[in-house]
Design a protein around this ligand. Sequence first.
Ligand code: HEM
Ligand code: HEM
Length: 265
Amino acid sequence: MSDTPTTPEALAAAQQAAAAAQRAVSASAPAPKVDRTHVVEESYIYEAPVRIWHWVNAFAILALSITGYLIASPLPSVPGEASDNFLMGYIRWIHFVAAYTVIIGFVFRIWWAIVGNSHAHEIFMPRIFSRQFWHGFWHEIKWYAFLTKEPEKFSGHNPLAVISMHFLFVWGIVFMIFTGLALYGEGTGMGSWQYEWFSAWLIPLFGQSQDVHTWHHMGMWVIIIFVMIHVYVAIREDIMSRQSIISSMISGWRMFKDNRTDTKE
Ligand code: HEM
Ligand code: HEM
């Protein structure tokens, strides 16, 4: 015969008996131990100048991309008398203000790579002669492609981030600065430093002015693709990695979600 209660009364009695048995077990069992072994591991990695530069640079590049796009594909028309409008003038002015912000910021960032902490020069000098670096690089490719289950911990940038920041961002922005200043020198004219240092050799190297426009324009798409992947990865890693990501570029501190001691440099 089955022990299953068949009437509502029998069911209620069985539930009461089960609850009483549970209380008895809880009372005799030792109190659950609080795990005090997990201490949040953290280290200060991105110094204030790097963080300020990162966000100023990001907003300047946003302004450059919007205004650059509008320089290449101007709005169809503006209302009213042509002489009342200076729209393209303002668009170009914002482009140039943001451009000088990026240029001065980048020169400052190079200086900080020399005087800052050990993470400050990571994106300028990838450790390409280190076996561990390439091991980490391939591991990150597998991790981003969902081919491995566990991410590694890195106190600074991971090696894949370093390589993409170095080739797409550092060289990308150098390219934009050089081609941008060469185009700017056409406006400031012969005798200006922009013309003598950049336009004079760079425009003939590319062919003519329109070629430099085209390359400068294509450079924008390289930077935009970098930023799209960069933001996707920053959000993805913030959720899936074993460490803090976006908050680290705000506070400077890297925090780890577990304290197993396998952190890479
Ligand atoms: C135009 C837009 C942006 C550009 C060009 C850019 C570029 C860069 C560069 C060059 C670095 C390396 C910093 C260094 O070591 O000096 C970096 C780091 C970082 N960026 Fe951006 N960034 C942009 C926007 C953003 C946005 C919108 C976010 C947030 C979602 C973000 C999140 C981060 C984070 C979290 C790091 C540190 C990554 C790590 O800890 O390994 N960035 N970014
Ligand atoms: C991430 C950085 C930058 C982006 C995304 C960007 C984007 C663009 C784009 C798309 C154009 C239109 C090109 C065309 O099709 O004719 C343009 C034009 C121009 N850019 Fe940039 N640019 C950047 C940085 C710079 C810098 C650093 C300078 C230096 C001063 C600069 C100076 C100029 C000049 C002078 C023009 C031509 C304006 C005109 O013909 O009216 N740009 N930029």
